[in-house]
Design a protein around this ligand. Structure first.
Ligand SMILES: NC(=O)c1ccc[n+]([C@@H]2O[C@H](COP(=O)([O-])OP(=O)(O)OC[C@H]3O[C@@H](n4cnc5c(N)ncnc54)[C@H](OP(=O)(O)O)[C@@H]3O)[C@@H](O)[C@H]2O)c1
Length: 180
């Protein structure tokens, strides 16, 4: 796939702490049930793209009513409900006819797909957390914020959070070549 080929409509969906933390010990650091409901509402009916670590971390897999695309380098890997991909280029080809597909992590996969994402659905969790995986800083010369909600407070954990949506700026709609 080259710059001349159409890049599929990819969105990143992620929950990020204010220090950019997104996970620890191959798990999420917080539990915000309203955010999980929103994740389900946004992604249902679409393809979700994830790395093998995130696949392994799911309490229930595959995620129902979604194409579950799992990236790995392991040619022996297979699992019920997982469509296996071995490169970013292969994923882009697999989802080229989808209306929209969601990159759902983890850190390794987010950083590889960020250059191809047209939009970002971010849940900001307004606390710092100790973590071992982080989301890259969002480059505001590439993306702009379309909307951000008020701050909500999770009833169970007391964590403040908000939802923000970012779109790629029109002048940044030139995507890298895929050399894989
Ligand atoms: N806060 C959030 O919204 C959120 C969302 C999702 C995940 N997370 C967190 O993120 C953490 C997991 O992230 P992670 O960075 O450790 O792992 P990851 O991105 O989920 O998976 C990485 C693995 O994916 C495979 N992979 C990645 N790029 C590939 C490529 N180009 N070609 C082939 N295979 C590729 C490799 O698997 P092999 O080793 O099998 O080759 C690699 O080791 C967990 O803590 C999880 O809870 C947070």
């Amino acid at each position: 796939m080259t710059n001349q080929s159409p890049i599929p409509n990819l969105s990143i969906i992620v929950a990020i702490a204010q220090n950019n933390a997104i996970g620890r010990d191959n798990d999420l650091i917080w539990h915000i049930s309203e955010d999980l409901k929103r994740f389900k509402a946004l992604t249902s009916g679409h393809a979700v793209i994830m790395g093998r670590n995130t696949w392994n971390s799911l309490p229930r897999r595959p995620l129902p009513r979604r194409r579950n695309i799992v990236l790995t380098h392991d040619a022996c890997f297979s699992d019920d409900g997982a469509e296996v991909a071995y490169s970013v280029a292969q994923v882009l080809e697999m989802v080229k006819d989808e209306e929209v597909s969601f990159v759902m992590g983890g850190a390794n996969v987010y950083s590889q797909f960020l250059p191809f994402a047209r939009s970002l659905y971010v849940t900001w969790v307004w606390r710092d957390f100790e973590a071992d995986v982080f989301f890259p800083t969002i480059d505001m010369s590439v993306f702009y914020k379309v909307s951000e909600t008020e701050h909500f407070v999770d009833a169970e954990s007391g964590l403040p959070y908000s939802y923000a949506e970012y779109q790629r700026r029109p002048q940044s709609l030139v995507f890298p070549n895929i050399m894989e």
